[in-house]
Write a protein that binds this ligand. Sequence first.
Ligand code: SAM
Ligand code: SF4
Length: 338
Amino acid sequence: MPIAAFAAAPMVDPFGRVIDYLRVSVTDRCDFRCVYCMPEAMTFLPRSEVLSLEEIDRLASAFVARGTRKLRLTGGEPLVRRGVVDLVRSLSRHLGHGLDELTMTTNGSQLARFANDLFAAGMRRINVSLDTLDSEKFARITRWGKLDQVLDGIAAASAAGLHIKINMVALNGVNDAEIEGVLHWTAANGHDLVLIETMPMGTIDDDRVDRYLPLKAVRRDLERRWTLVDLPDSTGGPARYVRVAETGQRLGFITPLTHNFCESCNRVRLTATGRLYLCLGQDDMVDFRGPLRAGVDAAGLDELIDRALLKKPKGHDFVIDRARPAPAVVRHMSLTGG
Ligand code: SAM
Ligand code: SF4
């Protein structure tokens, strides 16, 4: 049954921020091993630790009942989780009944297979990660990925009617010279583009300090050739958007290191194991899996949500620095859900 427009108290944190966006990692597993995200010999969690699709549905629905307007399924790779389209179909019952948007971040490898189903299940927009258009470089960055497969997936998603935003992690000395090429390609294909600074999460094999590329410098460089018109922030999220006057597309910059976006943060994140993290860059969390498996009722879930909100910190502590070689948080982005 759809949850009617929320009657319970909306979620407001101790700093007065309205929390209306939930990201859910539906699996920590992935078919790629991107160098900035995880080591090649990544160990994944036993399945028993990961929430079932029914548990995810129940939790996400409890958040919708408390005023969550936007849900993003992510991972790991959400499309390698068996039954994820059923989850999308089920969660889409909340669209128009409190929930405005149900979306996904994917590496695109399985999109050719699932794009039509996702659209039919109620999804309208997705983010696809694509750091390069060079197939050899793509293989080097993702270790196990194939560029053609992802490009086919993106084409299938477009054909299915999904609006696509491309996520590109800017990597110094790896893809910095390609940013403009990707900008052209996304414009030609009707996609938006978001550039992301690499964040210090989880141990990886690569050197983050060498790879860190401040997007402030990238923007300055782009502005020599393109007219970037600032857009008012509409997502309440970490991305700052501009319109590229020459192409008409939206270009976003996610700059956790060079610009602290925390003052407008409207989101919380549920891990594949049912922990609610209040900040991507901090360790404050509340476990929902234990109470869920112990039979907590709706009122108990509400109480847990309230307890969690009190823990939302003012901001993250991300620093990428030789003097602080350990990652700011030990968990990988794939567990928390980027
Ligand atoms: N597997 C899916 C994908 O790659 O789109 C979804 C999960 S992935 C963790 C979500 C986003 O986080 C991707 O756009 C990825 O490029 C980005 N990401 C992963 N690790 C990151 C890091 N350490 N710093 C910045 N972005 C990262
Ligand atoms: Fe997998 Fe996404 Fe991490 Fe790449 S960024 S390894 S695709 S979870």
